[in-house]
Structure formats: structure tokens, C-alpha cells
Design a protein around this ligand. Structure first.
Ligand code: AP5
Ligand code: MG
Length: 213
């Protein structure tokens, strides 16, 4: 099963991707996580991506597409995968379709998680992430067992740099301009399923499982 998760920043893509990956036993590929890990380890890719991410803009397609196609060609992705945060532009979706077609493969389904902008802003302001294992929490909605400490690896939680209010607004504008058109793209292919992201993470996941059949 090859799946795409679509949704505004903070809609819960990472939260659902983890649940989907565990339940269906398929790898989780997050372009945001790949960029953040490259920034952390100071690679050339990380240096190039940082300025775009900090400004709430998209990293250029030429730095993003090959990275994902490479990850997708790994043997562990043969049986399926969940793409979180890719594609994010029509050009990325077309490149993905072309590469999959060349391998006699195809995306099965695009899962579009819908959450209104006001709620997105509230979710991002409360998000805390683990700098060590990448786990994501929310101070009110998804709190860790001990305040400020990761449940899985006990590291001190941090606020993501691009979750500052000014950057969140820029990320939302970028989403509406460049990524939302993908809903029409996958609807035209009969592959888009709409999920109401305004329930608890467990309820959202139940709706995803039900609609995937
Ligand atoms: P990326 O890391 O993908 O960020 P994003 O799309 O902005 O999304 P987030 O990770 O912020 O949110 P999410 O939807 O995963 O929500 P989460 O589950 O954490 O990308 C970062 C940057 O990298 C981009 O801005 C861009 O610059 C660059 N980039 C990445 N991919 C790219 C590409 N393909 N092309 C070009 N550039 C690219 O949840 C959010 C919060 O809400 C958490 O606190 C969580 O605990 C809470 N929460 C989750 N679900 C619920 C729920 N159901 N109810 C209540 N709270 C919830
Ligand atoms: Mg995410």
C-alpha cells in the first residue's frame, strides 16, 4: 500500500503517519524530518534547506524530488510506504507519478486531513518535539507523561523553530498557494480521501482505517 498524507502544517500528518506506519507495517518517509535531521548534522542539503524552512517557504523541488525518489527505491519500501509532507507541489506530484509509472507502480491513495486555519495555529503553538527521537506532543491535546520530557527516550522536549507565530502564518500561506491544489490533482485521479482532522488522534486514525478499507 503506497500512501500520501496531505494536509496543512500542523494538521496531524506526522501523528497519523506514525500510527499508519505501525499498524500497516510500512515505512514512514517524512521530508520535513529528513530536512531537520540534515540541518542538525550540518550537511550541505541541510545548509541549503534551512533558510527556506525558517522562512516558512518550500525547499526547491530540485532539492526535494530526488531525495524522495531515492528513499522510495529502497527495498523496504517495495511493499508499501507512507509519504508525509511529499508531494507538496504539482511539479513534485507529477515527478512522483512519472517515476512510479516507469517502475510499473502507482500511489494507491492520498489521505487529505482537513483542519481549519485557526485550529492549526493553536496546535502549533502547543507543539513540543523530542530532539532525540522526533516524537511529537502537544501541551494540552497530547501531553507527555512528565511535563517537558519525552515518554520514549526521556530527552527534554523543545519547540520547533518554524512553529514561531510569524513563520506559522507564512507556512499556512505557502500551503494554500502551493500544496492545496494537490487535492484537485488526486481527486481527478479518484485517489483522494477526505478525513476530518478535528477529532482526537485515535478517532482520526479510525476514520483513516475505515476509509482505506
Ligand atoms: P514538515 O515537517 O512536513 O511540516 P508541516 O507540513 O508544516 O507539518 P508539521 O510537521 O508542522 O505538522 P503535522 O501535520 O505533521 O502535524 P503533527 O502531527 O506534528 O515540513 C517542514 C518544512 O520542510 C516545510 O515548511 C518546508 O519548508 C520543508 N519541506 C518539507 N517537505 C517539503 C517538500 N515536499 N517540498 C518542499 N519543502 C518541503 O501535529 C501538530 C500538533 O498537533 C502536535 O503538537 C500534535 O501533538 C497535535 N495534534 C496532532 N493531531 C491532533 C489531533 N487530532 N487533535 C489535537 N491535537 C493534535
Ligand atoms: Mg510533521
Amino acid at each position: 500500500m503506497k500512501l500520501i498524507l496531505l494536509g496543512a502544517p500542523g494538521a496531524g500528518k506526522g501523528t497519523q503517519a506514525k500510527l499508519i506506519s505501525d499498524y500497516y507495517a510500512i515505512p514512514h518517509i517524512s521530508t520535513g524530518d529528513i530536512f531537520r535531521s540534515n540541518i542538525k548534522s550540518g550537511t550541505e542539503l541541510g545548509k541549503k534547506a534551512k533558510a527556506f524552512i525558517d522562512a516558512g517557504a518550500l525547499v526547491p523541488d530540485e532539492l526535494t524530488v530526488d531525495l524522495v525518489l531515492d528513499a522510495l527505491s529502497a527495498p523496504e519500501c517495495m511493499g508499501g510506504c507512507i509519504l508525509d509532507g511529499f508531494p507538496r507541489t504539482i511539479a513534485q506530484a507529477e515527478a512522483l507519478d512519472a517515476a512510479m509509472k516507469a517502475a510499473s507502480d502507482a500511489i494507491d491513495c492520498c489521505i487529505d486531513i482537513e483542519v481549519p486555519d485557526e485550529v492549526i495555529i493553536e496546535r502549533m503553538s502547543g507543539r513540543r518535539v523530542c530532539p532525540s527521537c522526533g516524537a511529537s506532543y502537544h501541551t494540552v491535546n497530547v501531553p507527555p507523561k512528565t511535563e517537558g520530557i519525552c515518554d520514549s527516550c526521556s530527552a527534554a522536549l523543545v519547540i520547533r523553530k518554524d512553529d514561531e507565530p510569524g513563520t506559522v502564518k507564512a507556512r499556512l500561506d505557502t500551503y494554500h498557494e502551493q500544496t492545496q491544489p494537490l487535492i484537485g490533482y488526486y481527486t481527478a485521479q479518484g485517489k483522494n480521501i477526505v478525513i476530518d482532522g478535528m477529532h482526537s488522534p485515535e478517532e482520526v486514525f479510525s476514520e483513516i482505517k475505515e476509509k482505506l478499507g
